[in-house]
Design a protein around this ligand. Sequence first.
Ligand code: 6R9
Length: 663
Amino acid sequence: MTQDGTPAQAGLENLLHESRSFPPSPEFAAQANAQPALYEAAAADRLGFWADQARDLLTWRKPFTETLDWSGAPVARWFADGTLNAAYNAVDRHVAEGRGDRVAIHFEGEPGDTRTLTYSDLLREVSRAANALAALGVSTGDRVVIYLPMIPEAVIAMLACARLGAPHSVVFGGFSADALRSRIADAEAKVVITADGGFRRGAPSALKPAVDEALVPRDGVESPVAHVLVVRRTGQDTAMAEGRDVWWHDALESADVTHEPVWVEAEHPLFILYTSGTTGKPKGILHTTGGYLTQTAYTHKYVFDLKAESDVYWCTADIGWVTGHSYVTYGPLINGATQVIYEGTPDSPHQGRWWEIIEKYKVTILYTAPTAIRTCMKWGEDIPATFDLSTLRVLGSVGEPINPEAWMWYRRVVGGDRTPIVDTWWQTETGAIMISPLPGVTAAKPGSAQVPLPGIVADVVDDEFRSVPDGGGGYLVLSEPWPAMLRGIWGDLERFKDTYWSRFPGVYFAGDGAKKDDDGDIWLLGRVDDVMNVSGHRLSTTEIESALVSHDAVAEAAVVGATDETTGQAVVAFVILRSDHAEALGTTDEDEIIQILRNHVGKEIGPIAKPKRILVVAELPKTRSGKIMRRLLRDVAENRAVGDATTLADSSVMDLIAKGLSK
Ligand code: 6R9
């Protein structure tokens, strides 16, 4: 809303004018898992619909009789009197039902080493790992921190914990020793599972030293960790603390290959995953078993149209991110899928590595992030063009709003102008996909996540909690509890209530700005803290980034609102130019380029949106999950010392930007 209380549409025009639509082909629609009847079934009896999904997609040890208990709101209990085990559902039952020889994981290491694990292999490894953890004293309810590269052991470790009913907390391999320390302390973890290192950008990169550092007592407080289990991946020299550290291969070698899973109640904690809040210490988002697994399996089956017997699925996310939890480990394995796991970066050893992997494994479903797509755009479309991508049949996007240009490129260059694209909106907190087109049903619009999935109820409301009419903008809320919803913030019920449930009565506040178009479809506009207010006009960072990237000369753009004496905030843009920008612009003069781009934004959105400053940079600061760290760019834009950059995927980026600017 603007300062005078009227809905500001000035900044929303660009995306609202996006009118392209891609209906599913009749062939795709005919074979799709999702049919329009799915919406009808969920609308007719929402809870009954979820109960059906839970029964269809999971194997219960003891069937549940009650679907939802919301009497302790906002802490939900789903399927609470049922019992089950996550690892049993992801692995054992596939073997028991004759699918043991199916490939579960095609692993591709960055240096080119490969491993193939069938479901039978996975059962053996997970069982041995569970026995090994139990031998180290881990029992049901104990927390285990996992700090690993993207190798099969990451998935095996998660499932081994789940098998014991020991909640795991995965910490990004790219996080610092300090970040690891605070998460270990908050979760009071008993064991850490790590590796000597992993391969990144063509070289081994050590992990174990960060664990050693994180476990050193500080301020007289001993670490709660009793043992560290260490996977040998790179073979680099690794210090092992006597009595504390154990090699994974030693522990598994002596462990029994069978293990009886621990049957837990549906509400038993499955994992804690820390996500950074805007201030203060990271929030330990808590997920439990039955509801989480139901919704991850359901969404994985319908949103990606998974056919477990024939598809080869690849989600490029790291397990340190919630996408890796729900769409590498749990969703695909619960559904018995065959998937690719790749250890390294997309440009090692060359910029066609991803496309090469798709060709090699005949990948049919690809799930990745807009930032990766834009990076590939920047490298140029001749690179994917030299590989056979014709096996692809569904493409997914997650992590941030995907600008229409990137969407169109993804569809045309990667999807051969043929594949449906699912732009999936969800959060660590929601546990699974919430808003997304369904391939085969929804006519997709580039840049919009469009519709809540069957069983999900979402709305866009204004400051006064009034549902906005079609064409209006406001805040995204989730109006009804859903199975995979977070059950709290670990150890801090008050913060949970405060963060998500206090802004509007009885509904979940997602923290994202959104608007409804004239068809009532939802467009996500970025975090509400990314919404700028320039002279009382609400401008979305995404809108302006989208406008900039729609210019042929721009590969990537990040926009921040910098404090401004006169206008409240001023728009500051950081842009990466395409290598062939001179052609598109007819000039290489930086001042001229900046002028052209300012005018372009003015033309696309309106003069109010013209960036006050445009800075041409070589890189943008991003987290490992691909989110642009606008906070750091804001520091640059406001001429401050750059704040904490420890969660950046590549910490040298800020130096690069600073150097570029002082030229
Ligand atoms: C899964 C994941 C959550 C935040 C979320 C929103 C942004 C994610 C999006 C999207 C627009 C999409 N986001 N997917 N925005 N369209 N398809 O990313 O979880 O890391 O917790 O981030 O990411 O702002 O609130 P998480």
